[in-house]
Design a protein around this ligand. Structure first.
Ligand code: FAD
Length: 450
């Protein structure tokens, strides 16, 4: 067995010896180190049939704009090439009703087996449901994103990192194993394969909102691996200290790659574990494994992950007590978006988000908490924070984002703190606190409007 069956959710398992196997790639956009692709190849080998990879592209994907599409398309172009080297065809289906087109495609071309990759977000789970509704196919969902599969490690919303950590750590030796190699497909499959007209695809996407693409990091698997090795060589030994210094470049910058699936967290963990044991190595693995997989757990088991209703009961009760609290500053959405508040540190963070497409992790907490402090209600704060994060962050529209925001504004996975106005018992962060922890002047200089 190449792929651990505990990684796989069997939705429908008709026995079929003919027809093709399709891997419907979505969250895990890579050819190397991809358990869903490996599982699809394993099935195709067993059935002695062909494997192909299909990507369903939604030109009006929720909250995606040209910044995201630029990164996505360049990554997909590299995937097409890498798959051709393995003799595995790559099909791109573009439509705003992707699952309808996907169903037509598999019916027309005699596909009998579909493998999907796992994504806990609501609309992606609806795609899984739509695939389940297609008659006469087998359908498998493979968690290729988490090291320990999300559905397997826990069957409920975890209280926090402390409850999930022990479950993950117990299973890690069984799951954190080296990947087998994807082998080249022997027969050249031609049915239902048509060349991808990338120019046409780009034209189709050009109507999306014009947020400028990012050029300080390159998309794709190769660039992701270069970034990983650079980080390990230069930054990992200092991660424990530098990660809390937004004025320095001490984080890995892997989140856009992890979000688009250009690199697997599993590979990142394997490479990191080759380094000497240190507090920095432990701190990085805590973020990469425990915090990241906790976010998937929350979104998978709490369908209200981006709503106030999804916050813990103690926070919802507490928030009611503070609805009428006086807000010294109240900003409109366009003022926040333009980064023109009274707070130069916050404005710098917003500027970093808008121009770089990635805000430093420490600043994300401060940034979100201040939006709660400066808006008229917790609902408005949550909605606007998600809007800004998803619009400008290259790694936005991700479970980590919804949970990071829910942690900052709604106390999710956190404990109750000493009560104060507006925040109630949700943890507060202040300008002076930041000033005492890092060189805020330098951060502001690095991220000031030209
Ligand atoms: C308000 C707010 C919004 C956020 N929005 C996003 C988002 O849209 N997308 C996103 O990927 N992350 C988000 N995060 C989590 C975290 O800030 C980023 O993952 C991290 O800053 C990404 O940079 P990096 O890859 O250089 O991180 P590193 O510090 O190098 O960490 C490596 C990896 O560990 C994981 N990780 C690190 N911190 C966290 C965390 N707190 N929770 C979950 N996983 C974590 C990420 O996968 C990250 O890429 C948000 C956090 C907050 C508080």
């Amino acid at each position: 067995m190449i792929v651990d069956p505990r990684r796989v959710i069997v939705h429908k398992s008709i026995k079929s010896q003919d027809g093709m196997v399709v891997y419907r790639m979505s969250r895990d956009q890579r050819v190397q180190d991809n358990w869903a692709l490996l599982f699809a190849q394993q099935l195709a080998d067993q059935m002695e049939t062909s494997l192909l990879v299909v990507f369903t592209l939604m030109p009006h994907y929720p909250n995606a704009n040209q910044r995201h599409f630029d990164f996505l398309i360049k990554g997909l172009q590299q995937i097409e090439k890498a798959l051709i080297e393995k003799n595995i065809p790559f099909v791109l289906l573009a439509d705003d009703q992707p699952m309808k087109l996907f169903e037509q495609y598999i019916k027309k071309h005699g596909v009998t087996t579909v493998v999907s990759d796992f994504d806990p977000l609501r609309h992606k789970q609806q795609w899984i449901e739509s695939t389940n509704q297609i008659d006469n196919i087998a359908h498998y969902e493979v968690d290729a994103h988490n090291i320990v599969p999300c559905h397997f490690v826990s069957q409920k919303v975890e209280f926090g990192a402390y409850t999930l950590r022990q479950k993950i750590n117990r299973l890690l030796p069984e799951f954190l194993t080296e990947f087998p190699k994807l082998h080249a497909q022997e027969t050249k499959h031609t049915i239902g394969i048509f060349p991808i007209n990338w120019d046409e695809i780009k034209t189709l996407l050009s109507s999306s909102e014009n947020i400028s693409p990012i050029n300080w990091l390159q998309p794709g698997e190769e660039a992701a691996h270069i970034m990983l090795h650079q980080f390990i060589e230069t930054q990992l030994p200092f991660f424990n200290i530098h990660r809390n210094h937004p004025e320095m470049n001490g984080q890995s910058n892997l989140s856009p790659y992890l979000h688009f699936g250009h690199i697997s967290a599993h590979r990142v963990a394997l490479e990191t574990l080759k380094q000497p044991i240190s507090d920095s190595r432990d701190a990085f693995l805590e973020e990469l494994i425990i915090r990241k997989e906790l976010a998937d757990n929350f979104c998978f088991y709490n369908s209200k992950y981006d709503k106030v209703e999804g916050f813990p009961a103690w926070v919802k009760k507490d928030m009611e007590l503070h609805r009428q609290d006086v807000r010294t500053y109240l900003y409109k959405l366009d003022e926040l978006e333009a980064g023109i508040t009274h707070d130069d540190l916050w404005n710098a963070a917003q500027h970093e988000l808008v121009t770089r497409g990635k805000m430093h992790g420490y600043m994300r907490m401060y940034w979100a908490k201040k939006i709660l402090e400066w808006t008229s209600s917790v609902e408005e704060a949550l909605q606007w924070t998600i809007y800004l994060n998803d619009k400008y962050s290259l790694d936005g529209r991700d479970p980590n984002g919804y949970v990071g925001i829910a942690w900052s504004i709604g106390g999710v996975h956190d404990r109750a703190w000493f009560p104060r106005p507006i925040f109630g018992k949700v943890r507060y962060m202040s300008y002076s606190g930041c000033k005492s922890k890092f060189d805020i002047k330098r951060y502001i200089q690095n991220n000031t409007l030209e």
